[in-house]
Design a protein around this ligand. Structure first.
Ligand SMILES: NC(=O)c1ccc[n+]([C@@H]2O[C@H](COP(=O)([O-])OP(=O)(O)OC[C@H]3O[C@@H](n4cnc5c(N)ncnc54)[C@H](OP(=O)(O)O)[C@@H]3O)[C@@H](O)[C@H]2O)c1
Length: 263
């Protein structure tokens, strides 16, 4: 007797009616994840630090008949994160999915970078992940019906690079925090995983996509799939990690790199 039920398989990738909070929703990846979740029928709350930019993303989704709400705030601030999570829970009645898609980098040689600038990267890319995840998890625990936390890490979490003492350290920290959070939250039915992309197109990385440039050609030598990433390459993985199909997966750091290897 084959132990797979049609009723399970037919719905296993669904995120329909789940309430999803997406950080960095004004960015390339966060906007794409938010839009994909909304298209799939989730109730989406956008967040980022700039209310005007969030309103524009909301308008863009609305122009495609996709409803969402937004709450502005800094994910590294406990007060802001609490307010954002409470907004999601009061607006839609609950919180099922947190997708952490914000991030920041200011690459600089360790001898040139101030301790304050390094700390700002750590706050943006690690402390904020802890704070927004902790408060979202607390809400999910109160609901007592599980949840999904998906953290955007990076291929750089396991590969140091010149000028990246802040970024690589913060992303390496994210990977281990994901594994540790997964241990704390598994008894509550909350799965915690990370997506670890290599370079994909955003305002900041657009310059790397010049196919004639040495940077692009150099990437290609280590990219078996033969091109850099686009946000569409990743949204399926976020949807999968938000869905029932991934219920047995927790504490995972999932590479989404086109097979990228080496430094
Ligand atoms: N692009 C790539 O090639 C690449 C590769 C690997 C991993 N990643 C990771 O993927 C995630 C998304 O990257 P992206 O390229 O989509 O970014 P992006 O387009 O540059 O957008 C960044 C987002 O993060 C928010 N943000 C910026 N500085 C912040 C700070 N100090 N504190 C909190 N939020 C801040 C921004 O919103 P506000 O300024 O409005 O708050 C914006 O929504 C990041 O975690 C990044 O590290 C990116």
């Amino acid at each position: 007797m084959i132990k797979v039920e049609a009723s399970f398989v037919q719905r296993m990738f669904s995120v329909q009616d789940k309430v999803a909070l997406v950080t960095g929703a004004t960015g390339a990846l966060g906007g794409a994840v938010a839009k994909a979740f909304a298209i799939l029928g989730a109730k989406v709350v956008l967040t980022g630090r700039d209310a005007d930019k969030l309103a524009k993303v909301k308008d863009e989704l609305a122009s495609g008949n996709l409803a969402c709400e937004f709450a502005a705030g800094d994910p590294a601030s406990e007060a802001d994160a609490l307010r954002i999570v409470e907004f999601a829970a009061t607006t839609f009645g609950r919180l099922d999915v947190l997708a952490v898609c914000h991030g920041f980098n200011k690459p600089k040689d360790i001898l040139e970078q101030s301790v304050e600038e390094w700390q700002a990267i750590m706050d943006a890319d690690l402390k904020s992940v802890y704070v927004i995840s902790k408060l979202s998890a607390a809400q999910m625990v109160r609901q007592n019906s599980g949840g999904k936390i998906i953290i955007t890490s990076s291929a750089r979490s396991k590969m140091g690079m010149k000028g990246y003492t802040g970024y690589c350290a913060s992303k390496g920290g994210c990977d281990l925090m994901v594994q540790s959070m997964a241990c704390d939250l598994a008894p509550h039915g909350i799965n915690v995983n990370s997506v670890n992309p290599t370079v994909f197109r955003s305002d900041l990385t657009e310059w790397m996509f010049d196919k004639e440039s040495a940077v692009y050609q150099n990437f290609l030598k280590r990219l078996p799939i033969g091109r850099l990433g686009e946000v569409e390459d990743f949204v399926g993985l976020y949807a999968f990690l938000a869905s029932k199909a991934s219920d047995f997966l927790t504490g995972g750091n999932y590479d989404a790199t086109g097979g990228y290897w080496g430094n």
